[in-house]
Design a protein around this ligand. Structure first.
Ligand code: HEM
Length: 113
């Protein structure tokens, strides 16, 4: 649920910034987005602990955590970007990271590690 909310808010803010930027600048949307990203990370770590999954022994999980951090960081950089070029390139990085996260969640088979 937090992953779905995080992705919905991410695209709402990204597309708003590419147009008028009004919705992205809304304090409530900003606070909700950062709170949900934090809850996503915390709940996912709790899930991993409950499932006795240690990222050190589960390469797919380690890659997933790294990619989720990349997705969140790309969102933060995109939000602070002054030019459309940086906004669009960080948006593309986040979309690629999300696609890879989705693949790892489904396959549980790592890319590199
Ligand atoms: C955008 C972020 C994320 C998305 C879209 C996502 C997606 C998913 C999906 C679809 C599943 C269900 C897979 C299945 O039932 O086979 C899942 C399970 C899981 N996710 Fe995530 N996830 C995200 C973030 C994270 C993060 C940050 C962690 C790191 C701690 C994590 C850890 C787990 C664990 C441990 C499971 C359960 C695996 C199992 O025992 O089957 N997820 N995730």
């Amino acid at each position: 649920m937090f992953a779905v909310l995080s992705i919905l808010l991410f695209f709402t803010r990204a597309f708003s910034r590419l147009r008028t930027g009004k919705l992205a600048a809304h304090k409530g949307v900003f606070i909700a987005s950062h709170s949900i990203d934090t809850l996503l990370l915390v709940s996912a770590v709790v899930l991993a602990v409950f499932a006795s999954l240690n990222p050190v022994n589960q390469p797919w999980l380690m890659e997933k955590i790294i990619l989720v951090v990349v997705y969140i960081a790309a969102g933060i950089v995109s939000a602070k970007a002054k030019t459309k070029r940086v906004q669009v390139s960080t948006l593309l990085i986040a979309v690629c990271a999300l696609l890879a996260v989705g693949y790892l969640a489904g396959s549980k088979s790592s890319f590199i590690l």
